[in-house]
Structure formats: C-alpha cells, structure tokens
Design a protein around this ligand. Sequence first.
Ligand SMILES: Cc1cc2nc3c(=O)[nH]c(=O)nc-3n(C[C@H](O)[C@H](O)[C@H](O)COP(=O)(O)OP(=O)(O)OC[C@H]3O[C@@H](n4cnc5c(N)ncnc54)[C@H](O)[C@@H]3O)c2cc1C
Ligand SMILES: *[C@@H]1O[C@H](CO)[C@@H](O)[C@H](O)[C@H]1NC(C)=O
Ligand SMILES: *[C@@H]1O[C@H](CO)[C@@H](O)[C@H](O)[C@H]1NC(C)=O
Length: 620
Amino acid sequence: MDGIVSSFTAPVLGLVGGPMGIVLPAIFGALIYLQDYLVDQRVAMIDADTDKIVQTYYDFIVVGAGSAGAVVASRLSEVQDWKVLLLEAGGDETDISDIPLLAAYVQLSELDWKYKTEPQGTYCQAMRNGRCNWPRGKVLGGSSVLNYMLYLRGNRRDYDHWEALGNPGWGYENVLHYFKKSEDNLNPYLAKTKYHGTGGYLTVGESSYHTPLTEAFILGGQELGYENRDINGKYQITGFMVAQGTIRNGARCSTSKAFLQPAIDRENLDIAMKAHVTKVLIDPIKKVAYGVEFWRDNRIHRVRARKEVILSGGSVNSPQILMLSGIGPEEHLRQHRIPVIQNLRVGENLQDHIALGGLTFVIDPPYSLLFNRVSGIKEVMTYAAMGDGPLTVLGGVEGLAFVKTKYTNASDDYPDIEFHFVSGSTNSDGFQLRKVHGLTWDFYNKTFGPIAEKDTFSIIPMLLRPERVIQLKSKNPFDYPLIYPNYFKEDIDMKTLIEGVKVAVALGQTREFRKMGSRFHGFPQCEHHARHSDAYYECMIRHYSATIYHPIGTCKMGPAWDQGAVVDSQLRVYGIKGLRVIDASIMPKLVSGNTNAPAIMIGEKGADLVKEFWLKHGQS
Ligand SMILES: Cc1cc2nc3c(=O)[nH]c(=O)nc-3n(C[C@H](O)[C@H](O)[C@H](O)COP(=O)(O)OP(=O)(O)OC[C@H]3O[C@@H](n4cnc5c(N)ncnc54)[C@H](O)[C@@H]3O)c2cc1C
Ligand SMILES: *[C@@H]1O[C@H](CO)[C@@H](O)[C@H](O)[C@H]1NC(C)=O
Ligand SMILES: *[C@@H]1O[C@H](CO)[C@@H](O)[C@H](O)[C@H]1NC(C)=O
C-alpha cells in the first residue's frame, strides 16, 4: 500500500454480517467489560453531573449539540465573561456508538430521531410504504454520533460559488482557514501540506486496519485513469483515496468528544441534555428573540438570552423550530394557525445526496467484513485494548473517490459523482442494513437472500449536486415535520446517476477485482429490462434509493435581494434581532462531498462571526 494517499470521507453503510440477534449482546457485554477494566483513555464520557441546572438568564443560548452546535458552544464559552447554555434534546453517547464499524447500529436506536420521508412513488420503491429512512442524531454530538465518520470537505468551487451568490467571506480561501482550525490530522503525509491542520480539537485519521479490498479499489481507480491523491487537498477530481475519518485511537471522535469535552469544566458553560426546545421566544413588536421554551422533566421551561439565541438543530429541526416560532412561509404558517412574525422561505431549498444502494459484487476470497468474521473475541480485544482491528473500519467504508460523467465539464476540476467503497454489502451484516435502510423483507430476501454470508464488496455511487421541502405536519412541536426530498425530480439527476453506476460497474471489473472473481449481482426486480441497460440501472436506483444523509439548505444563507434567503452572510435571521442559525441548514447549495466537516466549519466560522460582532461592536 506504499504511496497510497488516504483522506477523509463520507458516510454510507455500516456493516457487520451475520446473525446478530444472539451474538451481538454477548460481544457487547464482553466489550463493555473490557472497556471498563482495560485502559480506556480513548474517550472520556461526559458524566452526569455536567448535566447542570439551568439558570434563568444566559448571554447565549445554543439549541442543539450536534456537529455545528457543539463547536459553537465550545468556542463561545472561550470568552469567560459570557454565560452560555447548550440545550440538547438527546442524551449522551454509548459504548456502541463509539465503535466505528458498528455505525449502522446506532440508527433506529434512541440516539436517532428516526425520521422518514413522505412517499412520492418515484424512489425508495424497495422500502416499506415507499418511505426512505432519514436518520438524524438525537444525542450530544448530534449526527456526528450516527455518521460514518468520513472526513471530506467538498470542492473549492462549492465555496467560491456560495460567495458568488452574494455571501461575502464564504469563499474557499476563507473557509479553508476554519477547516484547518478544527483539524488535528494524524497523517504526517497530509499534515505538512497547506490544506491540513494539526493541533485542532477534531482528530482526523485513517483506520489502522484495511482489508485487501482497499488496495484493489485504489488500483482499480488507477486502471480507469484516476489518480490516487488527497481529495481534500488541491484537487478533488480524479481522486481515489483510502478513507479518512474523525476517529481517535480507533474510536469515533464525535464533536461532543472533540469540542465539548475540553470545555466541560468551564464555569460559564451549562449543558442540559434531554431538553427539547419547542420554540424561540420573540417579541412580535420589536422583533427581538429573547429566549427559548423547552420541555424537560415533563414540564415546560423558559430561559432568557441577553445577547442571542442560536439555532443549531440541523437541517430538519432548525426550520421546524423557526416555523413553530412564527418564522416561515406565511401561507404555510397560516394553514397551521401559527401567528406570522416574519415571512421567510424556511424549509425550502432542501437538498440531499442520493445514491444507489446495494450495488454488489460477489467475490471468491474471504476478504469481506462479515459479521461472524470480525466479531470474535480476538477482534473485540484488539479493539478494546489497542483501538485496532476490523472494528475500527469507518462503518465498513474503506475507500472514497470522485469521478466525472459525461454530464460535467471534462476539463474542469468539478466531479459530479462520489463513490463510497464498502468491503461488504447489504448481505453481510445479518439484517441490520436491511432494517436501517427500511427495505421490505420481500425485496431483501429476493435480492440478498441468495448471497447471504457470501463475500462481497459494494460501490455506492452518489449524485453530488442535485432540489427541493420541509413542512410542518401541525403546530404541535412534538409532531415530526413532513419531508419531501423530491429525488430525481430533474431528469438530469437520474441520467447523471446512471452514468455514475456505469463507472462503478466498470470499476468492479478492473484487474484486481477480476482476480478475486468479481461478479455483478443484479436486482431480480429489474430483470424485465436488458441487463446493464440504462433502464436496468434506473430501475435499481428507483428501488434501492439510498440517502447518504446530507440534507442541507432549509435555512438558506443569501443576500437581502434573494427571495429564498432565511439568513444573511453573518447567519442572522432576516428581520429578527438576536437570532442566528448556525448549522448545515444554512448552506445555499449542497457541497460536493459529505457534510460533517462542512457543518463543523460552519460552527467555527459562525462562532467567530458572533465573537466579532459582540467583542468589536459591543452592544447592538
Ligand atoms: C447515518 C448518517 C451517516 C452520515 N455519515 C457521514 C459521514 O460519514 N461523513 C460526513 O461528512 N457526514 C456524514 N453524515 C452527515 C453529517 O453527520 C451531518 O451533515 C452533520 O452532522 C450535520 O450537522 P448539524 O450540526 O447541521 O446537525 P446535527 O449534527 O444533526 O445536530 C443537530 C442537533 O440538534 C439537536 N436538536 C434538534 N432539535 C432540537 C430541539 N428541538 N431541541 C433541542 N435539541 C435539538 C439534535 O438532537 C442534534 O443533536 C451522516 C449523517 C447520518 C445521519
Ligand atoms: C470547461 O472548463 C474549462 C476550464 O475551466 C473552460 O475553459 C470551459 O469554458 C468550460 N466549458 C464549458 C462548456 O463550460
Ligand atoms: C425472508 O427471510 C427471513 C429470514 O430468512 C424470514 O424470516 C422471512 O419470513 C422471509 N420473508 C419473506 C417475506 O420472504
């Protein structure tokens, strides 16, 4: 593997194969025992007594302790004179959410909001009731506790485009500073370049363990004419890379561990878990946000902010909280009898990365991360004692790549498809992936039943730049909002993804994979089309449509003349004083890569904007 550059990635399927039901609890029992009695300096948990009593007044109230919110609270509480309150609807992380390979096991647990999209008929046809699962973290650390830990930043052009849309200060050179500020990159080869940072709070590295499939993936990319390079560096295109992720000593490095842990002893920071914010308190005449209302211990609490309320609830919840508070499309708010304080296009501009799931190749040698193979006492010991072994693989994702189809400019560094390379498939982890992807038993049994327990790998081709709406179901804050992702509404989105599948299929037939006897495993539901025709691939995509969990854009940042903008380039909500949104929902356009590092960057930059405002300009 000499000379193979590795870098961050994005999320996909967690894998661990086998009959989980009985084996898993035993393993976890052993694991927890080991973690208690062996050196566990990997991560200290935030303990219960930091779940402090909430006072009545704070300078800043941050809603949501996710990828961005944890950063915001940590950075604002660096100013000793400011009292900061962080409210989080969920509880703390667990031993299981720490294990990289078990990423998919966190979904549908109590650490997940467990959202589902509304059925629209044209995608997720293999899922129960045609609804795609939309996991979102409900835990300290937010979706950084559910994610596949893949560290990617997107393309420099994404940020230059944001700036060109009328958002000064968000161009690539500017945001690069914030990516580096967070980062503690453990790969010396990368750390010395101008694109990476060391000494930041967020640990970034590679899993120390790789299956032989990783090398085949990199070599396959080279055979197709792509280079092995740092896809978070100077170039993004033609990049194939060993996945890099937010892991520390082999365990998940969530934003809670990275940013809140070091801040936990600060007198001026209070963190309240299991605190579900139901609305922002806004003076309707002066249009000033002065606090929030939240539900905790079975009653409603009110807490006041002297300076600002900052929403970091993520792309589903931040727009929901705004709408519940009277900020949103007026016709929609009226429909739910919510008094309109500010008419803004909240919940629109929703964008997400959609992919084909379950694109599987069967191989002969025993290389895959099958549950039974990686869950023995030896592997568990290796993980618990040394932070090494197959359990440290980032949700089963070993490689990442960016490729171009015929629909993007061939001479530009602007790929339109990303690959997640997984050393296994939906057949390899017992039924967990079937469950978290919401696949029907009928689809699963027909498609993956015949290859259960077989060695496989999969390539998840993902469309990089697809548009579209989050609405309220009712004015009850505990009702889930309605999610309409409108995947493939544009014809070009489907066409581009079909081309991406073709590249993936070609990759699966490159030399190293052929040596392993690699063979494409199709979907029986699509056999009425000619194999490998565009119609066949379209049928696969419409059945096994897989979100890569990157919703953004529902509180869009934009200039005052942009009718769709919800916040300005300082992330202040238009028309309301003392209220900002700082999380992935402010992205005007989806970046060409996974969204965790970008959300953390938004947290870093957002916190600096707040500091600049209050420290330089004083009162407002
Ligand atoms: C399964 C999965 C896999 C992923 N894999 C990757 C990956 O490998 N790489 C990558 O780069 N990205 C990945 N992502 C995406 C990435 O994790 C998200 O884009 C990012 O975490 C979003 O950050 P955020 O701060 O906007 O929101 P979140 O991290 O979701 O944080 C929002 C927080 O607000 C809290 N909250 C919400 N509403 C309320 C309320 N009313 N009151 C109090 N608290 C509230 C939530 O509980 C949560 O903690 C993945 C996401 C998922 C779900
Ligand atoms: C493609 O990209 C090149 C290099 O940036 C540029 O010169 C050219 O105009 C682009 N072509 C199209 C059709 O946009
Ligand atoms: C699918 O297979 C599982 C496990 O073998 C079995 O329990 C289930 O009854 C099957 N369901 C259908 C609909 O075929």
